[in-house]
Design a protein around this ligand. Structure first.
Ligand code: ADP
Ligand code: ADP
Length: 228
């Protein structure tokens, strides 16, 4: 589904955030991306989400070189990617309901269908009773969950999450990870940037490790003991 070929990213000002990164993520995989702060995790996710373009190399999504994509094709591709940002990026002057509904409104889904799906998504993240609130009235963890509902509302085949458990308590983190696993069972490809090593270890999935912009490790998922 995703393939990086010799990808480098240098930001204006000369910071080399990624250098010569090569990896691929198959459809249906769930993997973690880890590394110290500043290692390049967010940059890697932003390249996949078409929020940045590589300085060198190729980022392939569904067999297409996204760096060469015509501008008019970008919205279509973005709709196929759900992104959970570290800083939520919610619209503070729009109600929780409208924040979550946004991707469906852009996609032209009918109001009845929007209402049903937004309620289902808010229920899933435990925030149904907050639908008429504005994001600044919510706690950090609640805002994070609104961001999660918005990311999954369009049923994207690819979900990217940047430190999704950063603002959540352990119980909520475990619930969120369970939800990611459920989505993955349904066929959604999931890539999670996290430095929560405990969480990563618990799940025993594939782990990609970045250090100073280089991919220094790619650990395959452990065989899960089933008791048979
Ligand atoms: P991580 O998510 O692993 O903490 P980032 O991808 O955010 O790492 O950052 C990698 C490097 O790129 C850091 O040195 C960071 O300061 C720099 N960086 C990130 N975003 C920008 C930007 N928009 N402009 C300039 N430098 C940036
Ligand atoms: P519908 O009833 O039309 O299938 P819902 O919004 O009620 O739609 O969601 C049904 C289920 O689909 C939920 O359990 C939700 O977790 C799951 N789901 C959410 N995102 C995706 C996705 N990207 N791909 C597949 N299923 C998804």
């Amino acid at each position: 589904m995703i393939r990086f070929e010799h990808v480098a990213k240098r930001y204006p000002g000369g910071i080399q955030a990624l250098s010569d990164v090569n990896f691929s993520l198959e459809k249906g995989e769930l993997a973690f991306l880890t590394g110290h702060s500043g290692a390049g995790k967010s940059t890697l996710l932003r390249l996949i989400a078409l929020l940045e373009r590589p300085s060198r190399g190729q980022v392939m999504f569904d067999g297409r070189n996204v760096g060469k994509l015509a501008r008019r094709h970008i919205p279509y591709l973005r709709r196929r990617i759900g992104v959970i940002f570290q800083d939520h990026r919610l619209l503070s002057d729009k109600k929780v309901f409208d924040n979550v509904a946004l991707p469906l409104m852009i996609a032209g889904v009918s109001y009845g269908e929007i209402k049903r799906r937004v309620r289902a998504a808010l229920d899933k993240v435990g925030l149904l009773e907050k639908e008429n609130m504005y994001p600044p009235m919510l706690s950090g963890g609640q805002q994070q969950r609104v961001g999660i509902a918005r990311a999954i509302i369009g049923k994207p085949p690819l979900l990217l999450a940047d430190e999704p458990t950063g603002n959540l308590d352990p119980e909520m983190s475990a619930e969120l990870m369970n939800y990611f696993l459920q989505l993955n069972e349904l066929g959604v490809t999931v890539l999670i940037a996290s430095h929560d090593l405990e969480l990563i270890r618990q799940l025993g999935r594939r782990v990609l490790v970045l250090k100073d912009g280089e991919m220094i490790d790619d650990l395959p998922s452990r065989q899960i003991y089933t008791g048979d």
